[in-house]
Design a binder for this molecule. Structure first.
Ligand code: SAM
Length: 294
């Protein structure tokens, strides 16, 4: 934000994105000490920001949802390419400053800041078609599932998450990292990893690696009550992922291994399989077979 410092260094006189100097100035101004609790690792590298925006395929004029804008590193990158941004930030100091930062660095660009917990948001001031975010890592999966459940307008997205989580989200059946988040994410569409991000682009430097993950929404395969039943099966199967389905699902399918076997057979699923071999469509078939028998 300090234009004089930049002039003195011979860098752009009025930068449009945030670098280390601007992040430092803003942190000082707001007296912000990043907290782990809120997953506050701020990106201070313009090239990374432009790469994320480009990978997301953001188009001028479209409405983009950003979760956790922080000081605005990514927000400014989205505004730079002409997106209209809705940004949800839980930290009041950061949320209050963001319109001022955007007003100075990307004047006149369309930005709406919502000061709220993204996990609790059920209404938005617009219909975003794309999600682009550097997510708070401790809640990245619940936030993604919450947004996909509540906002049908979201058709695609690119998010930065902890590397393990990203690979899990994009994993298919049979993979070692395939788990409950993979199956639940697949309910909403297709997922892929879209490149690593160096730890060095963050302040403070995190002690985990990061990856970009992309999704394209597909039609959901079942109704809302079927989704709830399917997700309960997924949770049960992966709570005891080494056990056969007839055991891991017994508590949610009638109480015994025999009742579970009957439902699994009716669904055309081998009771001796493990959850890690099943697709979301397989879990849905089990949920439907269970509903038909009750
Ligand atoms: N987008 C910024 C960047 O790339 O520099 C900041 C990313 S930082 C990893 C995560 C941000 O999410 C922080 O600004 C933090 O305050 C915010 N945050 C944490 N939990 C949140 C929640 N439940 N709802 C909304 N924002 C949250």
């Amino acid at each position: 934000m300090n234009a004089h410092r930049h002039e003195a260094e011979g860098v752009e006189a009025s930068p449009r994105l945030l670098g280390p100097a601007e992040i430092r100035d803003l942190a000082e101004l707001l007296e912000v000490t990043p907290t782990k609790k809120l997953g506050q690792n701020f990106v201070h590298d313009a090239n990374t920001v432009r790469r994320i925006v480009q990978t997301a395929g953001v188009r001028a004029g479209e409405t983009v949802l950003e979760i956790g804008p922080g000081f605005g590193s990514l927000t400014l990158g989205l505004l730079e390419v002409g997106a209209s941004v809705i940004a949800i930030e839980i930290d009041k100091r950061l949320a209050a400053q963001l319109p001022h930062t955007a007003g100075i660095m990307q004047p006149g660009k369309p930005l709406t800041v919502v000061t709220q917990d993204a996990l609790r948001v059920t209404e938005l001031p617009g219909e975003p078609v794309r999600l682009v975010a550097n997510l708070p890592y401790n809640i990245s999966v619940p936030v993604l599932l919450h947004l996909l459940e509540h906002f049908d307008s979201l058709q695609s997205g690119i998010v930065m998450v902890q590397s393990e989580v990203g690979h899990r989200l994009a994993a298919g059946p049979g993979s070692k990292v395939y788990g409950a988040p993979s199956v639940k994410a697949a309910w909403y569409g297709h997922w892929r990893t879209a490149g690593q991000v160096s730890r060095m682009v963050f302040w403070p430097v995190p002690n985990v690696d990061s990856v970009l993950v992309g999704f394209e929404r597909a039609d959901v395969p079942g109704t809302e009550s079927e989704r709830v039943a399917t997700f309960a099966l997924v949770d049960a199967a992966f709570q005891q992922r080494r056990k056969m389905l007839r055991q891991s699902l017994s508590s949610v399918l009638g109480g015994t291994s025999a009742t579970a076997t009957a439902v699994l057979e009716a669904a055309g699923v081998d009771p001796q399989e493990r959850g890690e071999q099943l697709t979301v469509a397989d879990f849905l078939r089990i949920a439907r077979a269970a509903a038909a028998q009750s």
